[in-house]
Write a protein that binds this ligand. Sequence first.
Ligand SMILES: NC(=O)c1ccc[n+]([C@@H]2O[C@H](COP(=O)([O-])OP(=O)(O)OC[C@H]3O[C@@H](n4cnc5c(N)ncnc54)[C@H](O)[C@@H]3O)[C@@H](O)[C@H]2O)c1
Length: 439
Amino acid sequence: MPTQDNVKIAAPEGKLGVLIPGMGAVTSTFVAGVEAIKAGWAQPIGSLTQMATVRLGKRTDGRSPKIKDFVPLADLNDLVIGGWDIFEDNIYEAASKAGVLDKSDLERVKTPLSAIKPMKAVFDTDYVRRIHGPNIKEGGSKMDKAQAVMEDIRNFQKTTGASRLVMIWCGSTEVHHKPAEVHQSLKSFERGLAQNDPGIAPSQVYAYAALKLGVPHANGAPNLTCDVPAFLELARERQVPICGKDFKTGQTMMKTILSPGLKARMLGLKGWYSTNILGNRDGEVLDDPSAFKTKEETKLSVLEHILQPDLYPELYKDFYHMVRINYYPPRGDSKEGWDNIDIFGWMGYPMQIKIDFLCRDSILAAPLVLDLVLFMDLAQRAGMKGIQEWLSFYFKGPMTAPGLYPEHDIFIQLMKLKNTLRWMRGEDLITHLGLEYYD
Ligand SMILES: NC(=O)c1ccc[n+]([C@@H]2O[C@H](COP(=O)([O-])OP(=O)(O)OC[C@H]3O[C@@H](n4cnc5c(N)ncnc54)[C@H](O)[C@@H]3O)[C@@H](O)[C@H]2O)c1
């Protein structure tokens, strides 16, 4: 039995509203899956909140409850989903166009999916260049648009009766964008909204609206969004949790699984060449070099942080790392990612590893959306505010406190996540020391 919770966690009473800017492939696959799971004909595969266990106490204690039985999470039946998109398609239509799920599966969830229609988006072609749609908020300043999003959120809450809300960005990747003067404080950001500062991206307009209303925000894309001082200030001021960036799926997930293993065995790396083909709308947006640059940054940073060339120059100094994404429409959402890894071992002898991952992007991303929504709601009910580093597990470019390097090793990230849950419930943290078994 838990001793004493370290934080007071309010019970997940009532409905949880999930607000999603961007209702394309990932969002529609997430919603379809939630409906299928609720109806009992699909399993929540890939979701820690639904399937994983957490070991408590000693190995001999035999206590390994499911995470969902250990911490109070919202029930899937209590989720209500809404969002925004530049296209008018309801989620059923969006899912049909995305082509991730079989038609026969989609037909089984057609009714609930058709009922979710996107609200008008805050959009700017300077930030997402390759797509154009009619469902957009026109006119007014960026502050007016932020107010309009707040109005949407209030209306959504009223019509659905949700008692709590979470926002998660599943919109397209915005062009590469560096923090500017306007992002340095909340005051300058608010002035920038009123003056239509070009440095404020649409994703930041949504995030501002959410945080202002005390709604937690997670970022599934590599966009800057909340990763600037103005948002850290706002999150602290409104006592809201935030996390991001860029769902860790596909090739980067494999990279953060494999590279800690190579490092654990002190095997060297000469080069890692990664290339992908994909043909969905995400691929089309990423075909724009400035959108790809945003993605490239999060994709490239993981090896550097895991392998620590400064600590291991003999093994990892100057390894060559390249990542390519090629838009190839015939593949649709069924991406293929190739990795060629040049490693070296004893006496410097070279070896190679080849990976050919025929993955489905949205199938890998959907459970992450579910977990993030449920964990962010938990964090909010537990009074945890600001950056939620324990959710790094889900991201290619985890947000951290300024000056702190991110942890990319998926196994350390998992340990951190589970230890945070143990800490919340007043259980002993697991160190794996284990000397007590040999006393
Ligand atoms: N699928 C994965 O494995 C994965 C992994 C990491 C990150 N991501 C990121 O998740 C996001 C969603 O991916 P996807 O495959 O669903 O893409 P998608 O293109 O199918 O969907 C994105 C949707 O966002 C909409 N959109 C763009 N700008 C918007 C705005 N300002 N407001 C509202 N809607 C807007 C688009 O119209 C589109 O429908 C992308 O940024 C992608 O890079 C996906």
